[in-house]
Design a protein around this ligand. Structure first.
Ligand code: SF4
Length: 62
């Protein structure tokens, strides 16, 4: 299963990832970014698209 990590030192909370892949990335009640660390294979394309959309290049998909 693809593993997702976000470098929170780089993240500037623009939210592009949330827009592109709302099932895997979301903001919690305190506006902190949360994300799924292991996604099913059929979600790989979506999280890779989110990683490309991130202006900080903070998202890694392995
Ligand atoms: S797109 Fe990148 S910088 Fe923006 S919230 Fe998501 S991880 Fe953070």
């Amino acid at each position: 299963m693809p593993k997702v990590t976000v470098d929170m030192n780089l993240c500037e909370y623009h939210g592009q990832c949330v827009f592109v892949a709302p099932e895997e990335f979301w903001f919690d009640d305190e506006d902190e970014l949360r994300y799924t660390t292991e996604v099913p294979e059929n979600a790989r394309a979506r999280v890779e698209k989110a990683a490309k959309a991130c202006p900080q290049l903070a998202i890694k998909v392995e």
